[in-house]
Design a protein around this ligand. Structure first.
Ligand code: SAH
Ligand code: SF4
Length: 390
């Protein structure tokens, strides 16, 4: 297919006079917009790669900075588009350096993005949907109805926004350097573990991952991008074929009867079907293992017998096990397992050959830990309502 026939196959961009932001768009989407400005087809590839580099290697926020782009085109771009980032409603920095942003989208809806720094690396946890259609009983996002899918631009936009705020562009200095890694790149990993079920927003998440992994742009390799799913079994092989990132599975129980309660999608696709899809995941090997997430719920799924059943269940799958201490939220029907119990459970997992299985909770003080997203915005709003004069 030629570029021009591809462009014809794509619906025209939204009215560009509205000043659409180019942030987060893929190569084809950029080509469509440049063609609409009258850039001749023979120049499109070159112009797209120039823009690409300004957008995703240097993090430009102003068309005027794009010195290798012809002056007239820069003016045309500035007249029709912007490089605007997602709007920050709040930015919070935890005592452990974890950062959480509440971001407002163009239609006024809000999402949360979390950055978790470590000594030599940094992980960005991005959202894929506003809310979630699923209703896992231990997850706060699950108590919120799905509002809508995020566009791929909004997903990539979370990465750009985070890089701005932590000074992760060449030559940039972070506005607030507290707790940032000493490594040259501050965001080394991206996990699709924020709000939403990413496999229910398949196309947009796949396109966003392609932009993030592009070696001439953001260059976060697919090996460093992990998609976490609650178990949308039919989409797992497709994800492997079309995106091929690392995979994490929210397992949380070893028996269907219990998983049906905790992760209700299990009623549709029970554990054996889920594990079959995992075994068939393309590229699965000891170098490319699947991570199994297991939230530790006191008296529910945390017995030593459960731990033994877990290692038996995963015995033939190249796997990592990630035990997540349950992060409480207001009104949650569970408690986190006692630390002693987590240690007993971890010991069984450890003895079976899985290294450092417990994920230390980060950013709990700012409600940024797994499964806590949504709460701050709702609480804040409730707080604001209470504080408002009658
Ligand atoms: N929807 C996807 C990805 C987002 S949730 C999924 O379910 O996999 C990211 C991880 O946080 C999942 O493993 C999820 O089960 C876990 N999680 C949700 N609520 C939690 C909580 N309150 N405490 C700890 N982990 C939680
Ligand atoms: Fe949705 Fe994942 Fe929360 Fe389940 S754990 S409700 S799939 S975000």
């Amino acid at each position: 297919m030629t570029l021009s026939s591809l462009i014809e196959a794509v619906p025209p961009p939204p009215d560009s006079s509205a000043g659409e932001s180019l942030v987060g768009l893929g190569r084809l989407a950029l080509a469509v917009r440049l063609a609409a400005l009258g850039v001749p087809e023979r120049q499109l590839r070159m112009r797209v790669s120039q823009l690409w580099s300004w957008l995703y290697v240097r993090g430009a926020t102003d068309f005027a900075a794009m010195t290798d782009v012809a002056k007239e085109l820069r003016a045309e771009l500035a007249a029709n588009f912007t490089l605007a980032r997602l709007a920050i409603v709040t930015e919070q920095i935890s005592v452990d350096g974890t950062r959480k942003w509440l971001l407002r989208l163009d239609d006024g809806k809000e999402i949360e993005t979390v950055y978790i720094p470590e000594e030599d690396r940094g992980t960005l946890c991005v959202s894929s949907q506003i809310g979630c259609t699923l209703t896992c009983t231990f997850c706060h996002t699950g108590t919120q109805r799905l509002v809508r899918n995020l566009t791929s631009g909004e997903i990539v936009g979370q990465i750009l926004l985070a890089r701005d705020r932590i000074g992760d562009w060449p030559g940039a200095t972070p506005p607030d350097p507290r707790g940032l890694p000493s490594a040259e790149r501050k965001i080394t990993n991206v996990v699709l573990m924020g709000m939403g079920e990413p496999l229910y927003n398949f196309d947009n998440v796949r396109d966003a991952c392609a932009v993030a992994a592009d070696g001439e742009g953001l260059s976060i390799s697919k090996r460093r991008i992990t998609l976490s799913t609650s178990g949308v079994v039919p989409e797992i092989p497709r994800w492997g074929a079309e995106a091929g990132t690392m995979l994490a599975i929210s397992l949380h129980a070893v028996r269907d009867e219990l998983r049906d309660q905790l992760v209700p999608i299990n009623k549709k696709w029970p554990i054996h079907q889920l594990l079959d899809a995992c075994r068939a995941y393309p590229g699965l090997s000891n170098a490319k293992r699947i991570t199994f997430e297991y939230v530790m719920l006191k008296g529910v799924n945390d017995s030593v017998a459960d731990a033994k059943a877990l290692v038996r269940l995963l015995a033939k799958i190249p796997a990592k096990i990630n035990l997540i201490p349950f992060n409480p939220w207001p009104g949650a029907p569970y408690e986190c397992s006692d630390w002693e119990q987590i240690e007993k459970f971890a010991e069984v997992v450890n003895r079976a050959g899985y290294a450092s299985p417990v994920r230390s909770p980060r950013g709990r003080d700012i409600m940024a830990a797994c499964g806590q997203l949504k709460s701050a915005s709702i609480k804040q709003r409730a707080g604001a309502r209470l504080a408002a004069p009658a």
